[in-house]
Design a protein around this ligand. Structure first.
Ligand code: ATP
Ligand code: MG
Length: 391
């Protein structure tokens, strides 16, 4: 028995799932065999997650049985990116006259549901994150889930006390907050229209992503450009452009400064971060600079910022490693209960993340724990360069 499978006494009702999803039993068994349909552990072992996109369902889709019935929490759909605002808006939103522009928060995506009477936070991949679960339980009004058991609450968790995004971006978030940006029906995954969702979120006192306004498609590219310029100055990430009725999937667009901040971060760990991640950020700069027909001077600034974001952090990191330091991402969490800390450690271990946890420090009623996530591949690669090995 694998360690991961320890303590599992719940079996998936394959026949039931087959009937519920309209997928043949044989296909489900194959998914289970290939470990493409995986069971959670511990108190969440009733939850099963689809590792990859399957039969029109996004990866990270979760299914579980409740009172003899199944519930399906679809994975959060990928949001495509506009590279050139004007043609992208005209083509993608051809069926609507106006678009809503919301702020895109830079944190991590969480689906919140009520599970066994407790607010539970599911990650993009379909895991239950014990840390996000503790936080969502404290931040969200449980009445929403009792009043609307048919809905899944989608939000971005951001703030300095977060274990996934090692950047301080939002001055007004002291610890961590949950910014609601979507509500979708269980089962179908259909989203609520923008204003309906925002009204409901307000009724329950949720923090929401900012709505900059609703614009005609003609005025949108220019409006978005000025929003992006302002957001860039404060190093916020960008916007998500949405059909007010949410019949058309949203589109994202980001600030140059946020691209550069990503690159600054990523090039410290050049061998751990995927090449697509780095490359796509450079290409975005090319299209944005082209569309905005920048002055020679602005263009020069952009080139300089891009180059500096790539080279300085790398050179710094190589220097640190030469001195024998290991490069690591530094993050921190703030928990009310040490039990959450233990569960979170176990959670990261199971994800294969190599992390060093400092001793908890008391902070009011909470504990703050600093975490260093080691980027082994970058450390090993750099050390091998110092030993004279070839690339
Ligand atoms: P994706 O597969 O969705 O492109 P990604 O991991 O590359 O995912 P991002 O580039 O961060 O993600 O962009 C999409 C994510 O932005 C969403 O999954 C969501 O978590 C986040 N987000 C933040 N603010 C909003 C918002 N207002 N509306 C929709 N999504 C938002
Ligand atoms: Mg993001």
């Amino acid at each position: 028995m694998r360690v991961e499978d320890a303590g599992k006494d719940i079996e998936l009702d394959v026949e039931g799932v087959s009937e519920y999803l309209g997928i043949p039993v044989s296909r489900l068994r194959k998914l289970l065999d290939k470990r493409e349909l995986l069971q959670n552990w511990g108190e969440y072992q009733h939850l099963f997650r689809f590792v990859s996109t399957f039969s029109g369902m996004e990866s990270g889709t979760v299914i579980y049985q409740k009172d003899g019935c199944f519930e399906l929490i679809k994975g959060f759909p990928k949001i495509q990116r506009a590279m050139l605002l004007e043609p992208a808006i005209n083509t993608h939103f051809s069926e609507t006259d106006t678009v809503c522009v919301e702020e895109k928060m830079n944190g991590f995506n969480v689906r919140a549901i009520l599970f066994d009477g407790k607010i539970t936070a599911i990650t993009r991949g379909g895991y239950v994150c014990p840390y996000s679960t503790e936080k969502a339980g404290q931040l969200l009004n449980i009445d929403f889930f009792n009043d609307h058991p048919e809905l899944v609450l989608h939000g971005e968790m951001v703030g300095p006390d977060n274990p996934y995004v090692p950047k301080k971006i939002y001055d007004d978030v002291d610890s961590i907050d949950f910014y609601v940006f979507d509500m979708r029906y269980k089962g179908s995954g259909e989203p609520l229209p923008v204003y309906e969702r925002r009204k409901l979120a307000e009724e329950y006192g949720f923090t929401q992503t900012r709505l900059f306004g609703e614009f005609t498609k003609k005025e949108a590219p220019e409006k978005i450009r000025s929003i992006i310029m302002e957001l860039g100055k404060i190093e916020h990430e960008g916007v998500v452009i949405k059909d007010p009725d949410m019949n058309i999937p949203p589109v994202k667009y980001t600030c140059s400064q946020s691209n550069c901040a990503d690159l600054r971060h990523a090039f410290r760990f050049y061998n751990d971060v995927g090449r697509d991640y780095l490359f796509s950020r450079v290409v975005r700069e090319g299209f944005q600079a082209f569309e905005w027909k920048e002055s020679e001077e602005d263009l020069k600034t952009r080139c300089l910022q891009l180059g500096e974001s790539i080279l300085y952090p790398m050179i710094d990191a190589i220097g640190e490693m030469e001195k024998g330091e290991r490069v690591a991402e530094e993050v921190q969490i703030r928990v009310s209960s040490l039990d959450t800390l233990f569960k979170f450690k176990e959670y990261l271990r199971r994800q294969g993340v190599e992390a060093i946890f400092d001793e908890p420090e008391k902070a009011g009623d909470d504990f703050i724990i600093k975490i260093r996530k080691l980027n082994k591949s970058t450390n090993d690669k750099t050390m091998s360069m110092f030993k004279g090995e070839l690339w």
